[in-house]
Design a protein. Structure first.
Lengths: 114, 114
């Protein structure tokens, strides 16, 4: 069965410093992996997705993630945080079954300080 | 936003009353999903649909039923609401992009059961 573990429930950074949000997954086959972002009182927006075409995936707003099969990780990074990046981030794995059911991590809340 | 709307956006109800939430999509997607979001749990799948009148249970389906009588509408019903069903409910569709299925989410419905 697939599962996702987000290693930090809260991350706090200063504006202009790098962001690292950590995610480990468990899957019995090659997974599809996603990062979604949720700003306060908003819906979920797709940041980026891994589909086996390339291990380094670039997303919107300067975010990227690297798929490392040997480490079963899919960490999200950004070189320089902006105040508008403050939000909750979800790492998600798809079961790649016929119904594309998703399994969500518990989320990481990112705070960005001036 | 993948043309997904949810109604109502906010609802307060009392324990024991029936509640129906509606998800409407405008792009003729086959797959639709209902999730609930609770702190510390990310999103969890309640029910999903893979076509008109074709539905199945997700991870947390107890106390919920669904119906899909036409492609564009997916209804979630709480037959007798309980306080444990206080949550934010998200509807999603799945869209095929290249070799990947990606889910896009509606704006959410905040339900409070008193």
């Amino acid at each position: 069965a697939q599962s996702v573990t987000q290693l930090d429930s809260h991350v706090s950074v200063s504006e202009g410093t790098p962001v690292l949000l950590r995610c480990n997954y468990s899957s019995s086959y090659s997974p599809s992996l996603f990062w979604y972002v949720q700003h306060p009182n908003k819906g979920l927006q797709l940041l980026l997705k891994y589909t086996s075409a390339a291990t380094l995936v670039k997303g919107i707003n300067g975010f990227e993630a690297e798929f490392k099969k040997s480490e079963t990780s899919f960490h999200l990074t950004k070189p320089s945080a902006h105040m508008s990046d403050a939000a909750e981030y979800f790492c998600v794995v798809s079961d790649r079954g016929g119904y594309n059911k998703l399994i969500f991590g518990a989320g990481t809340r990112l705070a960005v300080h001036p | 936003d993948a043309g997904i709307t949810q109604s109502p956006r906010h609802k307060v109800t009392e324990t024991g009353t029936p509640v129906t939430l509606r998800c409407h999509q405008t792009e003729n997607h086959r797959y639709m999903y209902w999730y609930r979001q609770d702190p510390g749990h990310g999103l969890r799948l309640i029910h999903y649909s893979y076509g008109v009148k074709d539905t199945d249970k997700g991870e947390v389906s107890d106390g919920y039923s669904v119906s899909r009588s036409k492609t564009e509408d997916f209804l979630l019903t709480l037959e007798s609401a309980t306080s444990s069903q206080t949550s934010v409910y998200f509807c999603a569709i799945s869209a095929r992009q290249g070799d990947t299925d990606t889910q896009y989410f509606g704006p959410g419905t905040r339900l409070t059961v008193l």
